[in-house]
Design a protein around this ligand. Structure first.
Ligand code: SF4
Ligand code: SF4
Ligand code: SF4
Length: 648
């Protein structure tokens, strides 16, 4: 109760800090004026890509196109202006009723004012293209900023509130409980006293049923991507992957349920089947040190590859070609097919789930970020594990398979490696394994350099993707356009910049910040130790930036998802009568607010975690402040930049 009250009070303080500049900014509204703006459309952008005006301004807009047909779709103002290269006039449709006869005109007038309360809280709207104009059509957008920017001033004020709370929390009396590194502090046994829930969780049928659903989904993705329409925004496979699955994984599954995706992931299914020769229960027998009979060569994974570097490289390769994957359905489908084939082949050669442990690009995301989750699998009693000789969780028995990730539950201190396959809940005859709920973002730091690099890579990619896909700058998209513009030279530069940022520049910055931290604080931390902690402090901020990135990916595409379910291949079918639903975005006015809240929450949690690391290390408040100050300034600067990016 005390904790809840403290959180509520902190929220009030942050809100208060935000409210003051937001209210003050309302008194600095400039007098409305009239502006004439000509908007040029082209593959893939608008010029100007930013329109800034004052509340109440009259905007007289004219249009032209450099190449093919485009549109100027501004849902918040109920206009969709279709621009054609062959005629001087434009057709103005209503987004609320696209079937109504359009108005033919050369100029439209728009008053920069929203109805009711929205006039004060909505400052940013995106104008998009709603005429398919090429493979990168989905990214053609610009932004209309109506000043004063209430959200920006509110967010920057809130950010100062967060820094204020952070400083106060460093200097207030340190709770001695925080000094004791109780790994299970705040953990609650989810399965305690509930035989029913435990039964459902460990039932192989529950897991098999859920895996069957994801298996069907993955086949739909492959079939519709490969054989369906080439228009990615209308291709069910692309939308299932990059809008629904990505949103669910990033914003729902990983933060709350950790690696639950791995529990029901269809990718290792056939590999497991090849090794186990059984759908469900383990076969009696012995393979190497394991108490289960496994088939295949079952070789040990090479020692020098037992780290995170290989999967990081696979992840970066896919990230480099992300535009091609998203914009070309067949490439997306073939990539997913490869992700089905490779683990299956690998399981015939190497023991257990080698693909999951060392190669899977998805695990680069779900591994580190599962450490933020409110769900974790741990033992109940360390003492029981310490005295356990057979170690069934690791070696298996007739009730459960040997841990496919090579883990011993008695040694698990972090969520990253455990694929939540639930086998140990079945195999531990001492009933010493359970699932726990715990506060969000409970784990700090990183364990190794490869894990640190992986964490920083996901952070950097979130920022790069946001700029690339959500930014208004057409020139940036030209750097990744190897589709219809064949910009291979620019793509080479982009790839070089991306890999250098991920592998050298961001880690280099964090190393320097760690060096400064140790120098100014004069503590017993060494630079490497602080570097690993600082890399881990990215996790909450990084995850929340990913969430800010995926929100529009889903919200903008909701109607297209409905259309595509009704016509999965884009062949003119209409199963559910929704194939021709007019395009509407979901809550477009609120998207920048959700994004700003995500960035601020990430900063709050990251700062909290670096403070906690200092407390656990036994530092005094002054040392905590000094050692964390460089990292705090860096995270705050990035947060300010992202707030400007998402709200202005
Ligand atoms: S590690 Fe990758 S392949 Fe393995 S279960 Fe998780 S997501 Fe699926
Ligand atoms: S989890 Fe169970 S099987 Fe594994 S070490 Fe602990 S007591 Fe033994
Ligand atoms: S520790 Fe248990 S749940 Fe986690 S991967 Fe191993 S067997 Fe599966």
């Amino acid at each position: 109760m005390k904790v809840a009250r403290r959180h509520f009070l902190n929220l009030l303080i942050i809100f208060g800090f935000g409210l003051i500049p937001a209210v003050i900014s309302q008194f600095f509204t400039e007098k409305p004026t009239s502006r004439h703006i000509h908007i040029r459309s082209f593959r893939y952008g608008k010029d100007p890509y930013v329109i800034r005006c004052n509340r109440g301004d009259t905007l007289k807009l004219t249009f032209s196109t450099d190449d093919t047909g485009h549109s100027f779709f501004l849902e918040e103002f109920d206009i969709d202006v279709k621009i054609s290269p062959s005629i001087n006039e434009v057709s103005v449709f209503k987004t609320s009723d696209p079937t109504a006869n359009p108005i033919l005109t050369k100029e439209i007038t728009l008053i920069a004012r929203h109805p009711g309360i929205y006039n004060y809280i909505v400052s940013r709207s995106n104008y998009r293209c709603h005429v398919w104009c090429g493979p990168m059509h989905a990214f053609e957008q610009g932004k209309l900023i109506i000043l004063p920017d209430t959200l920006l001033t509110f967010s920057l004020g809130s950010l100062i509130g967060i820094l204020f709370i952070w400083l106060v929390s460093i200097f207030k009396n340190i709770n001695t409980k925080d000094r004791i590194s109780d790994e299970k502090s705040g953990y609650k046994d989810l399965l305690k006293g509930s035989g029913f829930l435990r039964g459902i969780v460990i039932s192989r049928y529950t897991q098999a049923a859920l895996t069957l659903i994801t298996m069907v989904m993955i086949y739909i993705v492959i079939l519709t991507s490969v054989f369906g329409t080439k228009v990615s925004g209308r291709n069910l496979g692309v939308l299932l992957m990059w809008a629904i699955w990505l949103f669910a994984l990033v914003a729902l599954i990983t933060p709350f349920f950790g690696r639950f995706w791995c529990t029901i992931c269809p990718l290792p299914f056939f590999g497991d089947l090849i090794q186990r020769k059984s759908f469900f229960n383990p076969l009696k027998g012995k393979t190497k040190k394991y108490n289960n009979k496994f088939s295949g060569l079952f070789l040990k994974w090479p020692e020098w590859l037992k780290n995170d570097w290989l999967r990081l490289i696979v992840f970066l390769l896919l990230a480099t070609f992300s535009t091609t994957l998203v914009a070309t359905p067949i490439v997306s489908g073939l990539a997913v097919l490869m992700l089905m084939i490779v683990p299956t082949l690998m399981s015939g050669i190497w023991e257990l789930r080698s693909f999951c442990r060392y190669v899977c690009p998805v695990s680069v995301f779900v591994g580190p970020f599962s450490r933020m989750s409110t769900l974790s699998l741990r033992n109940k009693s360390q003492e029981v594990c310490d005295q356990c000789k057979p170690q069934y969780c690791e070696n298996g028995n007739t009730r459960g398979w040997a841990c496919p990730y090579g883990l011993n539950v008695g040694k698990i201190r972090e969520n990253s490696d455990c694929g939540l396959c639930l086998e140990c809940l079945r195999s531990c005859t001492y009933n010493n394994v359970s699932l726990y709920t715990r506060p969000i973002a409970s784990e700090n730091g990183t364990r190794s350099l490869s894990e640190a690099w992986m964490t920083m890579a996901t952070f950097t990619i979130a920022i790069i993707y946001s700029i690339l896909y959500l930014g208004p700058w057409p020139v940036v998209r030209d750097y990744v356009n190897i589709l219809d513009k064949q910009n291979w030279g620019l793509f080479g530069i982009y790839s070089l910049i991306m890999w250098t940022l991920v592998l050298i520049i961001v880690p280099g910055i964090v190393y320097l910040l760690s060096l400064f931290g140790t120098r100014i604080a004069k503590t017993n931390y060494n630079v490497r130790e602080l570097f690993l902690i600082n890399a881990g402090s990215f996790l909450p901020f990084s995850l929340l930036n990913w969430i800010a990135f995926v929100i529009p990916m889903l919200f903008v595409n909701v109607t297209f998802i409905k259309q595509s379910f009704s016509d999965p291949f884009g062949w003119g079918w209409d199963f559910f009568g929704t194939a021709n639903t007019p395009w509407h975005q979901f809550l477009p006015q609120y998207i920048p607010w959700f994004q700003a809240i995500a960035v601020l929450t990430g900063l709050l949690l990251s700062l909290r975690n670096i403070r906690k690391s200092g407390i656990a290390k036994g530092l005094n408040p002054e040392q905590i402040l000094k050692i964390n100050l460089p990292m705090c300034l860096f995270l705050t600067s990035v947060a300010v930049a992202m707030l400007f990016f998402f709200t202005n």
